[in-house]
Ligand binder design. Structure first.
Ligand SMILES: Nc1nc2c(c(=O)[nH]1)N[C@H]1C(S)=C(S)[C@@H](COP(=O)(O)O)O[C@H]1N2
Ligand SMILES: [Mo]
Length: 252
């Protein structure tokens, strides 16, 4: 069975198991706490709302599990990525000195950051597990600047509700709510296992989101947009994932 249809079955199963009454209660609760995910419309919508709301109510402030150095995977699984564009190759030849990540949208000071600037900010690292929705996983150390710090430098406004992040690969863009954006483990990561992030693993810059599945940890980050609504991005479902049949909120 394809990943897509398996995922849809699982989601449909959750919705069926909760039953119509349970879903109505969950939807009401979700509404009260502002926990309606952007992909809540459509056939699988109620299931998505339920998953997101339940996880948010139960795990709002929790940390993803951190591992010890000895548990770092010797052979981390590198997912296949599309071949790099000419622009990427040019930046790579310059050892990424010209790499920029723009921060715009609902911020007091829209601006861009070089890798050197990001590296000058307080550094945080964690040894955590990346889990692909296809079932495999690995443990690695990630080193970077907390996204919360970068948002503070840019002056994210109090109306902010989501952070949209884009890759140099146009098909890869995601968004997270402010709970995840400000979460202490959410890093603009430039290091992996004590070194630069290898290109295959998302170097020079990857957004590492620890409490959601692998596809939310987008590689080659070039732009971060702070917003109070996801409607105007793509098809309005929050990110590329729901446009392809995957959940916007994919908590683990
Ligand atoms: N830009 C970009 N980000 C990406 C991907 C990709 O192909 N391109 N793959 C995603 C998926 S589906 C997963 S599971 C993880 C895989 O991370 P890994 O290669 O470090 O195992 O990266 C995610 N981020
Ligand atoms: Mo994945």
């Amino acid at each position: 069975m394809s990943t897509l249809s398996r995922r849809k079955l699982i989601t449909a199963g959750v919705a069926a198991a909760a039953g119509a009454t349970g879903l109505a209660v969950a939807a009401k609760l979700a509404g009260r706490y502002g926990l309606i995910p952007p992909d809540s419309g459509g056939v699988y919508g109620p299931g998505e709302t339920l998953t997101y709301a339940v996880q948010r109510l139960l795990t709002r402030h929790s940390m993803a599990r951190e591992f010890s150095r000895s548990q770092i995977s010797a052979k981390p699984l590198m997912n296949e990525v599309d071949p790099p564009s000419d622009e990427f190759k040019r930046l790579q030849e310059g050892r990424f000195a010209d790499w920029r990540v723009a921060v715009d949208g609902m911020v007091a000071q829209p601006r861009s950051f070089t890798l050197a600037e990001l590296k000058s900010y307080p550094q945080r690292s964690h040894i955590t597990m990346i889990q692909c929705e296809e079932g495999w996983s690995y443990i690695a150390e990630w080193i970077g600047a907390p996204l919360s710090h970068v948002l503070e430098v840019a002056g994210a406004l109090p109306q902010a509700r989501y952070v949209v992040y884009r890759s140099i690969q146009p098909d890869w863009w995601e968004s997270i709510d402010m709970a995840d954006a400000l979460h202490p483990q959410t890093l603009l990561a430039y290091g992996m296992n004590g070194d630069e992030i290898p290109v295959g693993f998302g170097g020079p810059l990857r957004l590492r989101v620890t409490r959601q599945v692998g596809y939310k940890s987008v590689k080659y980050i070039t732009r971060i947009t702070v917003t109070d609504s996801l409607k105007q991005f793509g098809k309005g479902l929050g990110s590329a994932s729901p446009e392809a049949g995957y959940a916007w909120y994919a908590g683990i």
